[in-house]
Design a binder for this molecule. Sequence first.
Ligand SMILES: Cc1cn([C@H]2C[C@H](O)[C@@H](COP(=O)(O)OP(=O)(O)O[C@H]3O[C@H](C)C(=O)[C@H](O)[C@H]3O)O2)c(=O)[nH]c1=O
Length: 184
Amino acid sequence: MNIIETPLEGLLVIEPKIWEDSRGYFYESFSAREFAAADINAVFVQDNQSFSQKGTLRGLHAQAPPFAQGKLVRVIQGSALDVAVDIRKHSVTYGQYFSLELTGENHKQMWIPPGFLHGFITLQDDTIFTYKVTNYYDKNSEIGVMWNDPTININWTAHIAESDLLLSDKDLVLEAFSSFQSPF
Ligand SMILES: Cc1cn([C@H]2C[C@H](O)[C@@H](COP(=O)(O)OP(=O)(O)O[C@H]3O[C@H](C)C(=O)[C@H](O)[C@H]3O)O2)c(=O)[nH]c1=O
């Protein structure tokens, strides 16, 4: 697998080796041996999967310590613009984001260590988004910032009209970044 660093220290793009033949394709979607060889410190305890129609925006979410999660994210079917926001208080890139289109065709993944808000917007109907996490879900540890916070200023809607967005009630009332107290 190819590992590509991003401008946010620790946040990585992973391009697995794809084996294609007349039947289709095969690839190792995760290898603890490859992660160890790349010195990526991650022990996964839970896999998540969500199914969304085009224009669904989930985020910006994280879990606070001691339930902070590292996430290995990918799209199995469809496509999504995936976004990670650095909320490590002492990071030189605090408040900055990185985004990448993950699709069922490009097989790209993102390793998002603890200390980042995560979210995505789906760009096609019937998009299946799946990810491995390094800690269990803990509802009381959930933290979040509004998807359209003007300080972070994520360009979500280059592909989707804002009027077509689908968000949960929870995601309509998350915090403003200006008042957000990061626990990282
Ligand atoms: C996250 C989670 C949720 N749930 C249950 C509890 C909720 O009633 C229901 C739907 O959860 P939610 O609306 O929070 O799902 P998303 O909006 O996709 O949340 C995720 O969105 C962004 C993209 C993330 O990176 C996080 O993993 C997560 O916050 O699933 C569980 O049982 N286990 C879990 O790990």
